[in-house]
Ligand binder design. Structure first.
Ligand code: MN
Length: 223
């Protein structure tokens, strides 16, 4: 998949999402992003940078740190790299209409050849995000319909949580870019879209200092 499927689904004169372009392969660490998306069904879009695009999966329940919980992850179209900083509201009636926040962001390290893993249907990797850390696996299930269904789950390591505490998606609902919740993004859009945009800009610049350098490089490399 390149970005044709991504572009075909969207009208960039209406949606604020980036039209994007294929990025050149760059040296350095690969980025990942998890976006919380209040579309017709709330879900988390889990995206891994590979080959100049963001490989994407839609995870209805979101990622978990609990080792024995496997989360359905439906493969979706590749997204452009600059989608990783998209936060805002896609207008109603457009593809994926609803609000989006950047729920987590950082770098990922494949533990095996990721191109081969993608073909085989098994990706093992480490995440170094602001919320997600440690080893994770994505495994493709036997094909049943047109959808490519995978399972996302936590590897057993020091970062795994075995406690029955509050799930991470509930304990940390906020955006790592703006600190806002998805409800706040949605409300701001309705009352004063301009105000929200300028506040978002300021916050995301202020927050840049605290992000890992790999992400900072990725941010600088954006068009
Ligand atoms: Mn989505």
């Amino acid at each position: 998949m390149a970005l044709e499927a991504y572009r075909q689904k969207r009208n960039f004169r209406i949606t604020p999402e980036p039209a994007g372009r294929l990025a050149k392969k760059k040296a350095g660490r690969l980025s990942f992003v998890v976006q919380k998306h209040a579309a017709s069904h709330l879900h988390y879009d889990f995206r891994l940078e590979l080959g100049g695009v963001l490989l994407s999966w839609s995870v209805p329940k979101g990622p978990t740190l609990t080792v024995n919980e496997r989360r359905l992850a439906v493969r979706t179209e590749d997204h452009p790299l600059d989608y990783a900083s998209f936060e805002g509201t896609i207008p109603k009636g457009e593809y994926g209409g609803g609000s989006v926040i950047v729920w987590d962001r950082g770098t990922w390290t494949p533990l095996e050849d990721p191109e081969r893993g993608l073909k085989k249907g098994r990706l093992s990797f480490e995440l170094d995000g602001e919320k997600l850390h440690g080893r994770f696996h994505l495994v493709r299930m036997a094909p049943r319909d047109k959808r490519e269904n995978w399972l996302l789950f936590k590897g057993d390591d020091e970062e795994a949580s075995k406690a029955n505490g509050k799930a991470l998606v509930d304990a940390r609902p906020e955006s790592v870019l703006s600190g806002r919740t998805i409800e706040e993004i949605g409300d701001a859009k309705q009352s004063s879209p301009r105000k929200m945009q300028s506040a978002k800009k300021k916050k995301s610049i202020a927050g840049t200092d605290e992000r890992p350098s790999g992400v900072l490089d990725a941010v600088k490399a954006l068009p």
